[in-house]
Design a protein around this ligand. Structure first.
Ligand SMILES: C[S@@+](CC[C@H](N)C(=O)[O-])C[C@H]1O[C@@H](n2cnc3c(N)ncnc32)[C@H](O)[C@@H]1O
Length: 258
């Protein structure tokens, strides 16, 4: 699929993604920024930045931020949130910045084993000694929040297989080898806190339906069916007086440009 097609799935409910789904990711963003010691004056690029919450949090820490995503409708939200940042619509495999522009590049569940050119591009725009931090899913199926991602499997077998290929980097040694092969020294794989949290089954269903992998399931079963089945699924997990909440295993890698 060409990058111009990404918006069809990821952009169709951009505002719902930004307000119902993306806020759950804040734990991940804060943990990775903290580990990178993101701070005043650092030049930071967020690749596959979605609707720009990670950029907003990095800017609060004083970083000078840029971002790129293939979805014009997500980028519209990201720009609205971050009017001071250099945020562009484009392909992570052809970054529109000069060599050695950034001190830090981040990508939160945006760069996969299926996208080596994106890592090469991240390396190109980093200064020597600059760092790339990526997060990737770990063992989703064994995570307490596995049920929250199970509706993605309502897509065709072919699309479900592609989703599985995209999470291969979370396996021990795979991410390290991938980044090393792209010219980075990788110190370690580390666990990153990640929790989905929703107010109620209806909000869960709408939040999930706003994502790209949900769109693959929606193409198979239709949006109405998707929302109805996801609402029923979440209703079975209701706890009196508490949010719908599910932790999912996520790993991070930080590579330093050789
Ligand atoms: C799993 S989402 C992560 C978004 C964001 N990092 C977050 O934390 O919410 C993947 C993102 O990758 C973007 N994307 C997919 N292919 C892309 C490409 N070739 N170039 C740039 N962005 C791309 C999608 O539009 C989507 O926003």
């Amino acid at each position: 699929m060409s990058w111009e097609m990404v918006d069809e799935g990821w952009g169709r409910r951009a505002v719902e993604f930004a307000t119902l789904s993306e806020p759950s990711n804040c734990r991940e963003y804060v943990a990775v920024h903290h580990r990178l010691r993101v701070g005043a004056g650092q030049r930071l690029l967020d690749v596959a930045c979605g609707s720009g919450l990670a950029i907003e949090l990095a800017a609060i820490r004083g970083a000078i931020c840029a971002g790129i995503d293939a979805s014009p409708r997500l980028i519209a939200v990201a720009k609205d949130r971050n009017p001071e940042s250099d945020i562009q619509v484009g392909d992570m495999e052809a970054l529109p910045w000069d060599d050695e522009t950034f001190d830090v590049v981040t990508s939160f569940r945006g760069i996969w084993g299926t996208t080596p050119n994106a890592v090469k591009e991240a390396r190109r725009v980093l200064v020597p000694g600059g760092r790339l931090a990526i997060t990737v899913w770990g063992n989703v199926g064994r995570s307490p929040g596995a049920w929250m991602m199970s509706p993605f499997r309502w897509a065709t077998d072919e699309k479900v297989q592609h989703q599985a290929d995209m999470v291969s980097l979370g396996r021990p040694g795979v991410g390290e080898a991938f980044l090393a092969g792209c010219g980075f020294d990788v110190a370690e794989r580390f666990e990153v806190p990640f929790v989905f949290e929703f107010a109620d089954p209806e909000t869960f269903a709408r939040g999930l339906a706003s994502t790209g992998p949900a769109y693959e399931a929606i193409q198979s079963i239709g949006e109405e069916q998707f929302v109805e089945r996801a609402t029923d699924l979440a209703t079975a997990h209701l706890r009196d007086g508490l949010a719908l909440r599910g932790q999912v295993q996520l790993f991070g890698y930080i590579g330093t440009k050789r």
